[in-house]
Structure formats: C-alpha cells, structure tokens
Design a binder for this molecule. Sequence first.
Ligand code: NAD
Ligand code: UD1
Length: 355
Amino acid sequence: MAILVTGGTGYIGSHTVIRLLEKEQEIVIIDNLFNSKLSVIESIEKITQKKVNFYCGDVCNRQMIRDIFMRHNIKSVVHFAGLKAVGESVEKPLIYYHNNIMSTLSLLAVMDEYHCKRLVFSSSATVYQDAKTVLPEQIGTGIIEGKAISEDFPLNATNPYGMTKLMIEQVLRDIYMSDNQWDIVILRYFNPIGAHESGLIGEDPNGIPNNLMPYILEVAKKKRPYLNIFGNDYPTKDGTGVRDYIHVMDLADGHVKALEHMESRCGLKTYNLGTGKGYSVLELVNTFKKVSGVDIPYRITGRRLGDIASCYANPSKAEKELRWKANYSLEDMCRSAWKWATVKNLSFNGDEENV
Ligand code: NAD
Ligand code: UD1
C-alpha cells in the first residue's frame, strides 16, 4: 500500500516525504517540476537511504493519474501540487484557477474511480478573513497583537490564489456531504520556513523572493544589498508585521499525524498548523543574525499592499485531535534555513535593479 504525494518535489512536499519514508511508508510522487527540481529526488533518497517512485507529470492529466493508480496500490493521497504566489495569481488568474482547481478535480475523480477516499489537502491561513483586516481605530493605539486564529474564524479571499484554496475546500466539503466514506483532512498552514537538518533540501524559489525568509537568505548571501522591511507603523510589539513562523519539519510531522488520524476514520476535518506564537519581522531578522553571525542590512519602506499587521494560529485543535504540536524554535528555523542556503549554494537569478 502506497501514499501518493502530489507536488512531492516541492518545498513542503519533499520534507513531508522524508518523514513518511522514515515511517516505512511506500511513496509515489507526481510533480511536473514547474517549481522544483529533479535533484530533490536524489536528495530525498540520500537523506533517507530509501527509494521513491517518481512520475514527472501534471496532476491535471487524468489519464496519467489513472496509470499511477493502476500501477500502485494507493491507500491515501497528500495533495501539495499547486501554484502559490499571491502576486502572480493576481496577474495571471486563469493560470492559477486552471492549475489549482483542474488538478484537484482530476485527482479527486480518479481517487473516486479507484475507491481511494483518503486525502490530506494543503490549504493556507490566507483563507481567513479576519486575518486580513486591522481596524482603523486599532492603528496607533499601542500594542495590539490581534487574536489567535481558530479554524472557525470567518473565511474570505482577496486574491485568486486564496480563492483557489477556498474553492477547493468547498469542493472537499461537498464531496464529503455526498459520500461520507471519504476521510479528508484540510491543513491550513501558517508561515513555513526552515529546512531539513541535513541542509540538502529547502525552499528554492525562482526569481525575486516574495516571502521574508528567502529574501533574508539572499541578503545574507550578499546577492541583494539589503532587506526592505514593509512598514514599521503597525500596531504590533515593534511596529513590524507579526507572523506565525513554523518549521517545515514540524509541518511535515503534521501531515504524518493527519494520515495516522485517518487510519481510524476521521470524516472531514480542518486544522491549523502553526506554533501559536507570533514573531515580528525585526525579531526574525535579529534571530537570523544571531544564529548565522551574518549581518542583514535593512531599510524600512512603506507597507506592502494587502499586508496585515498580525496573523498567528490557535493550534489547539490539532494539538488535541491530531496529538501534534510544533516543537522547533525560531532559532532552529533560522539555523536550518541558513545551513540549506550555504550547503546548497542557492542559484540566484533575480535582477539587481529590482531590489
Ligand atoms: P512548491 O511550489 O515548493 O511545491 C509545489 C509543487 O507542486 C512544485 O514542485 C510544483 O512543481 C508542483 N506542481 C504545481 N502544479 C502542479 C501540477 N499541476 N501538476 C504537478 N505538479 C504541480 O510549494 P510549497 O511551498 O511546497 O507548497 C505546497 C502546497 O502548500 C501548495 O499547495 C501551497 O499553496 C500550499 N501552501 C504553501 C505555503 C507556503 O508558504 N509555502 C503556505 C500555505 C499553503
Ligand atoms: C504570505 C502569502 C500568504 C500565505 C503566507 C504563508 C503573500 C502576499 N502572502 O504572506 O498568502 O498564506 O505567506 O505562506 O505572499 N516582509 C518584509 N520584507 C520582505 C518580505 C516580507 O518586510 O521582503 C514582511 C511582510 O510585510 C510580513 C512578513 O514579512 O509582515 C512575512 O511576509 P511573507 O513571508 O511574505 O508572508 P505573509 O505576508 O504572511
């Protein structure tokens, strides 16, 4: 019996595959390598000393998924495959809707054909409406850290990427309503950072990074002269944005727990995967400086459009029901990210004039 991992050569998928291989699971990966590299398979096999079955292909290709189901006895699926850049999704909504929605529909149809009804789906904290707004009266009133976000917070999306996650979540709820033989776990990730302790795999974004840690790594590697900090006038502890950074290996463990939870039939469940702690941009920068010994020059610039002051999880549901808890510290996250950046000697291809 095998686990099919879509998007398994990507950032979160590859770390999760390692944990699953360590649990002696047979793994089948499908990835079209749009945002990852074939060498990840080699690294996974080197780290675990185990083999994975890899198919280079598109999850939208229903016949290919069928072929995989014909060849392997798939008992459950972890569906990571998807496009994830918020800004790009605003510019290219059709590509995002097509890729993220069509791939999921194809996958679900084939799972249904083969009576494989166990799915873990990668959702995001971006689906929470309340995380997106700081009330005008809150600005300038001192320290307001906001509320920890629980799974029952109102949902809404402000960009096509987030909308695909919301739409897929709805599809999954409808499928479960129509057939309660399905077991579906929706995991809403907060801000994954860090890398496997070996330094052999990690986040490897194309072009100019949008997210904070990949940008810090490029500054640390002297590829970019300084970090732009998007605003220091938020109602947070030091004025910079607060987020719930979670080590990617903790996230990987969350998937293992979700799959274990399904063994005894769970129905449809939704869980936040976060630490429950919020750290500011400056706290992350200072922690990175401390563990790496490398200076990170920065400039305070204006707020980034669409950014929010503070966003962190209430992870108690996952703690209670999945018996999962994030264990790694912010130092661990920074140390492993830096190790990955130095071991891998990341290939950079951004343009300096865009800094
Ligand atoms: P990633 O881009 O590193 O990995 C996704 C993988 O899916 C890539 O290897 C890509 O090549 C593959 N892929 C995309 N479309 C495909 C398709 N149609 N067929 C086959 N392969 C396809 O991203 P990640 O950070 O590992 O994210 C994994 C999942 O988690 C995504 O669904 C993402 O939306 C979600 N998520 C990520 C974050 C984050 O901050 N990284 C936060 C919340 C949710
Ligand atoms: C991003 C995604 C969101 C996703 C979340 C978790 C965007 C616009 N949003 O949000 O959909 O759910 O990750 O994966 O991509 N910052 C800087 N300078 C930088 C980069 C970031 O100051 O160069 C600040 C931001 O203003 C923010 C914090 O760092 O306060 C974290 O930013 P980022 O890593 O982009 O994550 P999110 O904004 O949480």
